[in-house]
Design a binder for this molecule. Structure first.
Ligand code: AMP
Length: 283
C-alpha cells in the first residue's frame, strides 16, 4: 500500500492501474468498522482500492466540531492497509483548497436543503458536493462507496452525479452498528459512558417505528409519536425525526412506499444522526 498526498501523485499511482477497475472510499479518517465495511465492499468489486482521508473543513459549519474532529492518521493508514486498501490519498488543506480556490458545487432542492441541510446550513452539503466532486475527478474511479448512515449525503451525491453525468457507480453499504445497536461513528468516541447509554434511545426509536409500521400503522405522525416516546427516555436534545422519500427528501405523510426515517439529536455536546428505511410491509 502506498500513501500519496497530492492529486498529481494519486494520478501517477493510478495510471498503471487503469487497465482494471478502481473503487474509491472517501473518508474523513478516524476509521472504525463502518469505514472498513466500505473498504471490504470496494475490495470485493475492484482491482484497485483507493481510500481518501481528508477532514474537509468546507463541510463543517461549526468550528468547534472541526477542531474536535478526531485525527488519527497513523492508525488509519495501518487499518487501511490491513483491510486491503492499495492507495491512501491523504492530502492537506492546501492541496485541496489552494489559494484562490473559488468554485462551489451546490445541489439545490429538498434533497440538500432540508434536515441536515437546514440544521447544519447550506454550506454543509456544498462542502460535501465540492470535495466529493474533486475526489471523483482526482481518482476517476469506476465506483465510489458510501455508507447508508449518511442517507442524505448519498441522496445529494446521487443527484450530483446524475445531473453532471459523472461516470461513476455509487455503491451504498448498510449502516454498521455496535452490538448495542448504536450506529458506528467517529464522533461516538466523544460520548461519556452515560451519554452513550442515553444515545441508545436513537436506534431504539428507529426500531420502535419499524415495529409500529410492521403492525400496520401507516400515518407518519402516529409513527413519529412512537419515536418521540422512546427518544424522551434518552433525555437528548432532538433536532428532528423525519419521514421522507429516500431520493428526494420530500416529506412522506403516509408510509405507503419505502420511506426513510431519519433522526438527528445532540447527546451532550455530540451530534448524532441515524436512519432506517421502512416500507409498506413494515420491514
Ligand atoms: P466519514 O469519515 O464520517 O465522512 O465517513 C466516510 C464514509 O463512511 C461515509 O460514506 C459514511 O457514510 C461511511 N460511514 C460512516 N459511518 C458508517 C457506519 N456506521 N456504517 C456504514 N458506513 C459508515
Amino acid at each position: 500500500m502506498i500513501v500519496v498526498r497530492t492529486v498529481a501523485d494519486l494520478r501517477a499511482a493510478l495510471r498503471e492501474r487503469r487497465g482494471g477497475s478502481i473503487g474509491l472510499v472517501p473518508t474523513m479518517g478516524a476509521l472504525h468498522e463502518g469505514h472498513l465495511t466500505l473498504v471490504r465492499a470496494a475490495r470485493a468489486d475492484n482491482d484497485t482500492v483507493v481510500m481518501s482521508i481528508f477532514v474537509n473543513p468546507a463541510q463543517f459549519t461549526e468550528q468547534a466540531d472541526l477542531a474536535a474532529y478526531p485525527r488519527t492518521e497513523e492508525r488509519d493508514v495501518a487499518l487501511a492497509e490491513e483491510a486491503g486498501v492499495d492507495v491512501v490519498f491523504a492530502p492537506d488543506g492546501g492541496e485541496m483548497y489552494p489559494d484562490g480556490f473559488s468554485t462551489t458545487v451546490s445541489v439545490t432542492g429538498s434533497v440538500a436543503e432540508t434536515l441536515e441541510g437546514a440544521q447544519r446550513g447550506r454550506a454543509h452539503f456544498d462542502g460535501v458536493a465540492t470535495v466529493v466532486t474533486k475526489l471523483l475527478l482526482a481518482a476517476l474511479p469506476d465506483a465510489a462507496y458510501f455508507g447508508a448512515k449518511d442517507a442524505q449525503q448519498v441522496a445529494v451525491l446521487r443527484r450530483l452525479t446524475a445531473d453532471l453525468n459523472v461516470p461513476v457507480e455509487l455503491v451504498v453499504c448498510p449502516t454498521s452498528r455496535d452490538d448495542d445497536g448504536l450506529a458506528r461513528s467517529s464522533r461516538n468516541a466523544r460520548l461519556s459512558p452515560d451519554e452513550r447509554a442515553r444515545a441508545l434511545a436513537i436506534p431504539r426509536a428507529l426500531q420502535a417505528v419499524t415495529d409500529a409500521a410492521a403492525s400496520g400503522i401507516r400515518d407518519s405522525r402516529a409513527l413519529r409519536d412512537r419515536a418521540l416516546d422512546v427518544l424522551a427516555q434518552g433525555m437528548i436534545a432532538l433536532e428532528y425525526v423525519a419521514f421522507v422519500d429516500p431520493e428526494t427528501f420530500e416529506p412522506v405523510p403516509q408510509v405507503d412506499r419505502p420511506t426513510l426515517v431519519a433522526i438527528a439529536a445532540r447527546v451532550g455536546a455530540t451530534r448524532l444522526i441515524d436512519n432506517t428505511v421502512i416500507d409498506a410491509g413494515g420491514s
